[in-house]
Write a protein that binds this ligand. Structure first.
Ligand code: NAD
Ligand code: IPM
Ligand code: MN
Length: 340
């Protein structure tokens, strides 16, 4: 992409530490010389509490028209009973993931010095539009002694295959191409069988990729004991959610973990956000680690075709050897900018 092209980016700082880490990421991006034309969208728990707005279809269409969306985090503090669970998660974040068909949640991890996974890199490719997140189910006889609640998992051949194919593409690009399907095929036999068959079938097109399978419970052991065994992990929406927080903790802390919600067919703007949430427990303390947001912005630059800047930014993050805890948000941001 030419140096003079500006990219139209929708920015949703959101709640808690979201605006803090997003502002830091935008300052670091500016230091790479890439010009972004940003439009701020005031969305999230604070906005909802003010005027009841979550995300309407018109705003979703506006977001779709951008080149990318950069998001901090949205959601109320845990225990805040003013907003029922799901109003923001389903109404805002999942509405964007589903509505913009962001069917891949790509989460790369690089073990920082001193972490359990120091020096190793792997990625989680999480299916991002189906599984238990699809919203299948409902409640009967609500709040009676006979209440029934069901919450099914939706797995389509189409959805699983496009996710698995993306994961194989990523895996085949590795120096040591390998892919691990993580599921629970011994219990979730219908969905597990579909995922296994699709991995086997698509895998035939990628003979260079070594394919492995772990049950999700065992994967929690291996991620802690031997994260170096993984290259690309492909898994469903819920397992991918849970494993990414574990992977974040193992590679140095959730404050380092980046993610890209991708629509590879580009029928909607892709969305880049840290794996972590609004972390209301540390908001305003200056202690939020901005590196997850910065790495997410690097993934955004890559998606925008700004390869050189994306690589410089990603390298600045992986080479970062300052003490994040003592430097804090401002200190880490300043050092990154200085190194760029
Ligand atoms: P969380 O990720 O916000 O926090 C979990 C723990 O990690 C907390 O102790 C927090 O202080 C710490 N932490 C998180 N990010 C950090 C950072 N950058 N630097 C240092 N420490 C960090 O998860 P939670 O407490 O379960 O959720 C809080 C709210 O955020 C909820 O409303 C939840 O729904 C929402 N959430 C939003 C997103 C998102 O917008 N993508 C993701 C996860 C959670
Ligand atoms: C994540 C978050 C979201 C998820 C929540 C906030 C809906 O935890 O991006 O990992 O479960 O996908
Ligand atoms: Mn999560």
């Amino acid at each position: 992409m030419s140096e003079h092209q500006t990219h139209r980016v929708a920015v949703i700082g959101g709640d808690g530490i979201g605006p803090e880490v997003t502002a830091a990421a935008l300052r670091v991006v500016a230091a790479t010389g890439v010009a972004l034309e940003t439009t701020e969208y005031d969305l999230g728990a604070a906005r909802f509490l003010r005027d009841g707005f979550v995300l309407d279809d018109a705003t979703l269409e506006e977001l779709r028209g951008h080149d990318a969306i950069l998001l901090g985090a949205v959601g109320p503090a845990i225990g805040d009973t003013r907003i029922p669970g799901g109003v923001l998660e389903r109404g805002l974040l999942l509405k964007m993931r589903f509505g913009l068909d962001l069917y891949i949640n790509y989460r790369p991890f690089h073990g920082v010095a001193g972490s359990l996974a120091a020096g190793t890199s792997f990625a989680i490719v999480r299916e991002n539009t189906e599984g238990p997140y699809a919203g299948e189910g409902g409640t009967l006889r609500y709040n009676t002694a006979h209440e029934v609640a069901t919450q099914g998992s939706v797995n389509t051949r189409f959805g699983v295959e496009r996710c698995v194919r993306y994961a194989f593409e990523r895996a085949s690009a590795l120096a040591r191409p390998r892919l691990t399907l993580v599921h629970k095929t011994n219990v979730l036999t219908f969905a597990g069988n579909l995922w296994s068959r699709v991995v086997e079938e698509v895998g035939r097109e990628y003979p260079e990729v070594a394919v492995d399978y772990n049950h999700v419970d065992a994967a929690c052991i291996y991620l802690v004991e031997n994260p170096a065994r993984y290259g690309v992990i492909v898994t469903d929406n819920l397992f991918g959610d849970i494993l990414s927080d574990l992977a974040g903790a193992v590679t140095g802390g959730i404050g380092f973990a980046a993610s890209a919600n991708l629509n590879p067919s580009k029928t909607g703007a892709s969305l880049f956000e840290p794996v972590h949430g609004a972390a209301h427990d540390i908001v305003g303390t200056g202690r939020a680690n901005p590196l997850a947001a910065v790495s997410s912005a690097a993934l955004m630059l890559e998606h925008l075709g700004e390869m050189a800047a994306a690589q410089r930014l990603a390298r600045a993050v992986t080479d970062f050897d300052g003490d994040v805890a003592s430097l804090g948000t401002a200190g880490v941001t300043a050092q990154l900018i200085e190194r760029l």
